[in-house]
Design a protein around this ligand. Structure first.
Ligand SMILES: C[S@@+](CC[C@H](N)C(=O)[O-])C[C@H]1O[C@@H](n2cnc3c(N)ncnc32)[C@H](O)[C@@H]1O
Length: 223
């Protein structure tokens, strides 16, 4: 699977700079549907997940901008990038000086994309291709979660997991463009950015996306 996932990523994406984040390059797709079709064919699964990993999502872009402005948040620290997709946020953290970064995603194609994108940016990323949300939060200093609140079942699992990480003393940052299931309580907004995405994913090419911190001791995040 690993080799065939890798060749699918290479066949259907183009390595290019992420808009607004010069020096960060990703293997990105132009269109979602043909790629999704290729994933369905390769896996033989008509319900295969959408190829989230082939796009830089608004929430991850906001975190990328924030880390450029505030590298001190991750410099010299161990970072865990939850729901990493392309690896965008883990790469941004390493470029900002993180000591090491681990990226977790349940999609095996994401693991292939993260590995290729790490190589393209000359960084090393530890990859966890498993669902970590059933486990305790990892041994890290900073947890970054880019665009995890787009569907209710996932949001309901991510929310208590991030809160536990925060209560254990980790710095927990969420990047999000105001998705439907973003918690309405327990988050403090730190910054907002105008990010460039694609109408393949969003209604508009430009989106406002914010970075929030999960404060320890804050009331339960309410989704
Ligand atoms: C909208 S994408 C965001 C990707 C990236 N963080 C960004 O901002 O560009 C959401 C990602 O969450 C991943 N995901 C979904 N459920 C997950 C889970 N239980 N654990 C880890 N990742 C998960 C998906 O595979 C997808 O890559």
């Amino acid at each position: 699977m690993a080799a065939s996932a890798r060749s699918l990523v290479l066949r259907h994406t183009r390595l290019r700079e992420v808009p607004g984040l010069p020096g960060l390059r990703l293997h990105l797709a132009d269109e979602v549907l043909p790629l999704w079709h290729a994933v369905q064919l390769q896996t033989g699964d008509p319900d295969a997940a959408l190829p989230y990993w082939a796009f830089a999502w608004a929430g991850g872009l906001a975190l990328g901008h924030y880390l450029r402005e505030h590298p001190d948040v991750v410099a010299g620290r161990r970072v865990f990038d939850l729901a990493s997709g392309s690896g965008l946020v883990a790469i941004a953290a390493l470029q900002a000086g993180a000591q090491r970064a681990t990226a977790a995603d349940i999609d095996p194609f994401a693991a292939a994309a993260i590995s290729l994108n790490a190589r393209a940016n000359r960084v090393r990323i530890g990859i966890v291709d498993a669902d970590v949300l059933g486990d305790e939060p990892p041994d890290a200093d900073v947890v970054l979660a880019g665009d995890c609140f787009y569907e209710e079942p996932l949001a309901r699992r991510v929310e208590p997991w991030l809160r536990r990480a925060s209560e254990r003393g980790m710095t927990v940052l969420v990047g999000d463009p105001g998705r439907r299931y973003l918690p309405t309580e327990g988050l403090e907004r730190l910054a907002t950015y105008d990010v460039r995405t694609t109408t393949e994913l969003e209604d508009l090419e430009r989106k406002q996306a914010a970075v929030h911190v999960v404060r320890p001791g804050a009331p339960a995040l309410r989704t």
